[in-house]
Design a binder for this molecule. Structure first.
Ligand code: HEM
Length: 406
C-alpha cells in the first residue's frame, strides 16, 4: 500500500477500528516517510523520540493557527487549548508549565496515594452494588472514567460531587484536539467549553476569597500577584487542560489494563500480589495500547533529519503508537509481554511537552488494577468490549463485566 493511502485510511472507520496494520504499511516505506507535499509521518521509535526533542519542530500555537485555520478564534474550545501549555512554544510554554510543574513530580504525586486508594475503594463499592445478582456493569462508565476525574478534582480543588458533569464536558471538549474536521463535534466542544469556563469563573472567584491548599488556589494567587506570569485566559486554559488531558487518557489505560487481565487470568493473579509485576504490566499496556496514538510538530526552518529533507512549515505526524511497535527497539513488538524491562514506551511523548501527569497516571493505574482484581477475583467479560471511534486518543468505550461477587 502506498504511504499516502495508508495515512488517509487512518481517518476512515476501518482505520479507527484497527490502525496497527496501517502503521506497518507506512513502516514498509521507512521510519520517517513523506506522504504528501508538506506532510511527513514518523513511525520509528528513534525518529519519534528525536523529533519531539528537536527545538526546530514545534507545536501549533495561535500564530500557526492563524495561517492554517483562520477562523480558529471563533471556537472557544480551540481558544482554550491555545491558551494552555500544550499548544504553546518557548518561552510561553516554559512560563506556563513552571506554574504547576512541582505539583506533578513523582514525589509530590506519591503523596496522593491515600486519596487514590480511597477513591478506588469507593468506586469499587459502587461497582459491587451495581453488579449484585450477576448484573452486568460497564467498567468504563462506572470505574475507569470516574477515577481520573475524581483524583484531578481533588488536586485542583474542584467540586468532587460533580464528577460525571465534568466527565461529560471533558469528553465533549476532547474532540477539539482531533482537528477541525467535524463541525458538529466542534460546536458541541465549544458549548461544553463555554459551560466549563463559566463554572471556572465562579470557582476562581471563590478561591480568591478563600484560598485552600489546592492547585487552582495557588494559580489564582500567582495570577493576582503578577498577571504577566499567568494571564486570566491562561489560567482558564490550563484548568481545562488539566481536567481533560488526564481524563480519557488515564481511563483508557485503566480500561485496557483491566481488559487484558480479564482475558488472561494469569496476569490478574499476579496483579493482586506482585507490585514489581504491576509496574511492568502497566508499562506494557502503555506500550501496546497507548491512549494517545499520535501528535504533530511543525518545522520552523528547513532541516534534514535522518537523511530526509523537511522544509520550513511542513507538518511531521509523530505516531507514538507505531514507535512503540518498532521492531528495531522491541523484539516481537506486537506481542504483549510484561516481562520487558526498561521498556520506556513513547506513550507520554517526549521533550519539553513530555506529559505533565505521567507519574499521576502511572500511580492511578498501579493502584486501581490490583485493587480491582483483589476485590473481584471472579470478574469476567459480559459481552464485547468496544473501542471509541477516534484515532488520536484511542481506547475503550465500553467494558461490560460481571463481578463474580454474590
Ligand atoms: C501532555 C499522554 C495522563 C496532563 C501529554 C502528551 C502525551 C500525554 C503524549 C504530549 C503531547 C504532545 O507532545 O503533543 C498521556 C497519557 C496519559 C496522560 C497516555 C495517561 C495514561 C495525564 C494526566 C495529566 C496529564 C493524569 C494531569 C492531570 C498533561 C499535560 C500535558 C500533557 C498538562 C501538556 C504538557 C506540556 O505541554 O508541557 N500527555 N497523558 N496527562 N499531559 Fe498527559
Amino acid at each position: 500500500m502506498e504511504p499516502l493511502a495508508a495515512f488517509r485510511a487512518l481517518g476512515t472507520e476501518e482505520g479507527r477500528q484497527d490502525p496497527y496494520p496501517l502503521y506497518e504499511a507506512i513502516r514498509a516505506h521507512g521510519d520517517l516517510v513523506p506522504v504528501k507535499p508538506g506532510t511527513f509521518v514518523a513511525v520509528g521509535y528513534r525518529e519519534c523520540a528525536r523529533i519531539l526533542r528537536d527545538p526546530r519542530l514545534q507545536v501549533q500555537d495561535g500564530t500557526a493557527f492563524d495561517r492554517i485555520y483562520p477562523d480558529w478564534r471563533a471556537h472557544s474550545s480551540v481558544r482554550a487549548f491555545t491558551d494552555s501549555m500544550l499548544y504553546s512554544n518557548p518561552p510561553v510554554h516554559g512560563r506556563q508549565r513552571g506554574t504547576v510543574n512541582t505539583e506533578f513530580t513523582p514525589q509530590q504525586v506519591a503523596r496522593l496515594r491515600p486519596v487514590i486508594v480511597e477513591t478506588v475503594a469507593g468506586l469499587l463499592d459502587r461497582v459491587d452494588d451495581l453488579g449484585a445478582g450477576g448484573s452486568a456493569v460497564d467498567l468504563m462508565d462506572e470505574f475507569a472514567t470516574r477515577l481520573p476525574i475524581a483524583v484531578v478534582s481533588a488536586m485542583l480543588g474542584f467540586d468532587e460531587d460533580r464528577v460525571t458533569w465534568f466527565r461529560d464536558l471533558a469528553t465533549a471538549i476532547a474532540v477539539a484536539t482531533d482537528g477541525f474536521g467535524d463541525a458538529d463535534a466542534l460546536a458541541t466542544a465549544d458549548a461544553a467549553m463555554d459551560e466549563l469556563a463559566e463554572h471556572f469563573e465562579g470557582l476562581i472567584a471563590r478561591k480568591r476569597g478563600c484560598p485552600a491548599g489546592d492547585i487552582v488556589s495557588s494559580l489564582v494567587g500567582l495570577h493576582d500577584a503578577d498577571s504577566a506570569r499567568l494571564s486570566h485566559q491562561e489560567l482558564i486554559g490550563n484548568m481545562m487542560l488539566l481536567l481533560t488531558a488526564g481524563f480519557e487518557t488515564t481511563a483508557f489505560l485503566t480500561g485496557d489494563g483491566a481488559l487484558m487481565a480479564i482475558a488472561n487470568p494469569g496476569y490478574a493473579a499476579r496483579l493482586r500480589t506482585d507490585d514489581a509485576f504491576t509496574e511492568r504490566y502497566v508499562e506494557e499496556v502503555l506500550r501496546v495500547e497507548p491512549p494517545v496514538h499520535v501528535t504533530s510538530r511543525w518545522a520552523t526552518e528547513d532541516l534534514v533529519m535522518f537523511g530526509t529533507r523537511i522544509p520550513a512549515g511542513a507538518r511531521v505526524v509523530v505516531v507514538l503508537a507505531a514507535g512503540n511497535r518498532d521492531p528495531r527497539r522491541y523484539p516481537d513488538p506486537g506481542r504483549f509481554d510484561p516481562s520487558r524491562v526498561r521498556s520506556q514506551p513513547l506513550s507520554f511523548g517526549g521533550g519539553i511537552h513530555f506529559c505533565l501527569g505521567a507519574a499521576l497516571a502511572r500511580l492511578e493505574a498501579r493502584i486501581a488494577l490490583p485493587m480491582l482484581f483483589r476485590r473481584f477475583p471472579g470478574i469476567a467479560l459480559a459481552g464485547t468490549a468496544t473501542y471509541r471511534d477516534r484515532w488520536v486518543i484511542r481506547g475503550l468505550r465500553t467494558l461490560p463485566v460481571t463481578t463474580g461477587a454474590e
